[in-house]
Design a protein around this ligand. Structure first.
Ligand SMILES: Cc1cc2nc3c(=O)[nH]c(=O)nc-3n(C[C@H](O)[C@H](O)[C@H](O)COP(=O)(O)OP(=O)(O)OC[C@H]3O[C@@H](n4cnc5c(N)ncnc54)[C@H](O)[C@@H]3O)c2cc1C
Length: 376
């Protein structure tokens, strides 16, 4: 094959679809069969653009995602603010079942001619001289060896292939998400189809109605304070939920499915996004704070850019990988500024470790601003 894509999430599938557009042979190697629930269910209206570009818009709509007219936030004050998507050219945002969405993208890639190996792991990847890579794969059906001229690491936050090549992942914080699913609470009339973001002293919550009368509810906080809270009380998550002003009323009459699941949600990136015959894409290259709810859109966009870059690279354009890496560097700098701006809008708990870690240095630098200027 020309390209082996390790990971069949949004970024891996978008890369494969873009490469198929240019006629390259692509294999997507995905370790799961998309059977378990996945996180990241809220999509902005703007996601329509990359989905149309990838030829995935029609299957997306056929999957019946819930249209969302906007979102609510309690951030920077006690009032609940509403933001409507009404002025967005694409109208509504979307709430969806993420596992079905990812499976739909893999199916679309397969129908476009990509070879999609579900339930398959990479056991080893060896550089094969100027030819690229020799991969050993394993699935229930047995073992397989194949050659690829180029490898894409689309394994999400694990960035396992890039790390094996010596790239290092750097984190900006220790944000974790403790997420839970609720079910059965009616048609969502009381919840509405708007996601809610609610800041609290120890972090923030988000909640959103999903298809099939389910609701996702997540506490975003720092790993150390969540661990300390759970150590002090087995019911930590539920107590924190009960202490919210708005989120708790959303789950009235709903039943919790299982126990909250904790996953990493930090801002992190690789120290290099590409190397000899490989590049990283989506969360594997850089992962954003879920506050932006832009992860999937960015993953699709970065897959499109990666596909274009690999097409140029396979055509012997020498600057292709450099251009790709530069683009990601600029993107990450812009993202860090936006993240700072949003966290700095919440000043109600300057003493709380969660907020002090995020806005303490910013407030200090603002206070020092005029002095610095006087000093030249
Ligand atoms: C708590 C939380 C909430 C979020 N909420 C939202 C949201 O509401 N909206 C939004 O847009 N984004 C959200 N995000 C971000 C979003 O989920 C990610 O940005 C997006 O999933 C990145 O896509 P990806 O394809 O790069 O990686 P992933 O979605 O992580 O996909 C990686 C794929 O690679 C596979 N894989 C991993 N390792 C291997 C391996 N060794 N071999 C083969 N396959 C492998 C995995 O099974 C998976 O299919 C959220 C993130 C978090 C942590």
């Amino acid at each position: 094959m020309d390209v082996g894509v390790i990971g069949g999430g949004p970024s891996g599938c978008a890369t494969a679809l873009t490469l198929r557009h240019w006629g390259h042979s692509v294999t997507v190697i995905e370790q799961t069969g998309y059977e378990k629930p996945r996180i990241g269910e809220i999509l902005p209206p703007s996601v329509r653009d990359p989905l149309v570009q990838l030829g995935a818009w029609e299957p997306f709509v056929a999957g019946k995602p819930l249209p969302s007219p906007g979102f609510q936030s309690v951030w920077g004050g006690d009032d609940c603010q509403e933001k409507d998507f009404i002025f967005h050219p694409h109208g509504s945002g979307w709430h969806l079942d993420r596992a079905s969405f990812d499976a739909m993208l893999a199916q679309t890639a397969q129908e476009a001619g990509a070879n999609v190996l579900r339930g398959t792991r990479v056991i080893s990847a060896r550089a094969h001289g100027a030819d690229g890579w020799m991969l050993a794969l394993e699935s229930r059906g047995g073992r397989l060896r194949c050659r690829a001229r180029f490898i894409v690491d689309a394994t999400g936050r694990a960035s396992s292939f890039a790390c094996q090549q010596g790239a290092v992942r750097k984190s900006w914080d220790h944000l974790v998400a403790a997420t839970a699913l609720f079910t059965g609470g009616g048609d969502g009339g009381t919840v509405g189809h708007r996601a809610l973001v609610e800041a609290v002293e120890g972090g923030w919550w988000y909640s959103a109605l999903l298809p099939d009368r389910r609701m996702v509810v997540a506490l975003m906080t720092d790993a150390d304070s969540y661990a300390a809270g759970c150590h002090a009380s087995e019911d930590h998550w539920h107590r924190e939920l009960a202490a919210t002003r708005r989120t708790r009323s959303r789950v009235n009459g709903w039943s919790l499915l299982g126990v909250p699941r904790v996953v990493s949600a930090n801002t992190s990136r690789l120290d290099r996004f590409a190397g000899d015959h490989w590049l990283a894409v989506g969360d594997a290259a850089m992962a954003f704070d879920p506050l932006s709810a832009q992860g999937v859109h960015k993953a699709l966009d970065s897959g499109i850019q990666a596909g274009q870059c690999i097409h140029r690279q396979l055509g012997n354009e020498k600057t292709a990988l450099k251009d790709y890496a530069l683009r990601l560097e600029n993107h990450f700098s812009r993202y860090l500024k936006a993240r700072t701006y949003y966290y700095a809008r919440e000043r109600r708990w300057p003493q709380s470790p969660f907020w002090a870690r995020r806005i303490g240095p910013i407030l200090a630098s603002w206070e020092a601003g005029p002095l610095k200027r006087r000093g030249g």
